[in-house]
Design a binder for this molecule. Sequence first.
Ligand SMILES: Nc1ncnc2c1ncn2[C@@H]1O[C@H](COP(=O)(O)OP(=O)(O)OP(=O)(O)O)[C@@H](O)[C@H]1O
Length: 264
Amino acid sequence: MSIRLVSFENIGITFDQRILLSNIDMTIDEGEIVTLIGPNGSGKSTLIRTLLGLQAPTSGKVIRNKALRIGYMPQKLHIDPTLPLTVRHFLALVRNVNKRDILPTLEKVGVGYLLDSQVHVLSGGETQRVLLARALLSRPNLLVLDEPVQGVDVNGQVALYNLIEDIRNELHCAVLMVSHDLHLVMAKTDTVVCINQHVCCSGTPQQVTGHPAYQALFGIPGAEESIAIYAHQHDHVHDKHGDVLDADTSQDGDHQDHTHCSHH
Ligand SMILES: Nc1ncnc2c1ncn2[C@@H]1O[C@H](COP(=O)(O)OP(=O)(O)OP(=O)(O)O)[C@@H](O)[C@H]1O
């Protein structure tokens, strides 16, 4: 049986009385690839920040295995473009890094040739691979990737997802990633969790793509409009704080979700 690395238990996050996340239950097991999907502003990055300990939940808790080692790849690299910094020196900043690992790790992600390049001249795809190398240098058993294929063309995206799967197979680490590229990522994922402030549906890619909540958010797979639709359409009821209620317990001020409900 696989070892549980992380459990999110009933996570809720509220800012200034605005509910960003509610009742999030989710687990990540050793070696598992979990993909978080959801519309813009649905709380994906907030959930990741909670896992990283950068955001305290308002309610619920995150249970981390004592052996958990996270390698985090952020959405973007924020480095002052006027600052001279080579990839080698950038990666040498990783805490407790063994400098001898830097070149082999860059080679593992296919960009060994960038060792002495300046970080600010890298292409989108090269930047993502260097960030992936940085995440791997902390020898993680959980890789956390926030939109890993951002700024990468379609061929590059397929290559990057293949690489992530190869890394999982080689290192047996779990992967939690945020993605908007549903069609490409589906084949590389064990579990998909679709969130829109709460968990709309979760399961294998096949289970999730067949789920009405997924289809309402992203369209029916294979349909022409399947990527473009981000309107939220399902039939549950929220109270005025955003919590989901049974239809028969709703009161004044609650609202019925409908097409284009953005949960704001
Ligand atoms: N520290 C904060 N204070 C107040 N609101 C916040 C804070 N962090 C995030 N939010 C809000 O929470 C909501 C969810 O943001 P989040 O970045 O988690 O969404 P996301 O699903 O990752 O979106 P995207 O796909 O656009 O990256 C947004 O409306 C955002 O403005």
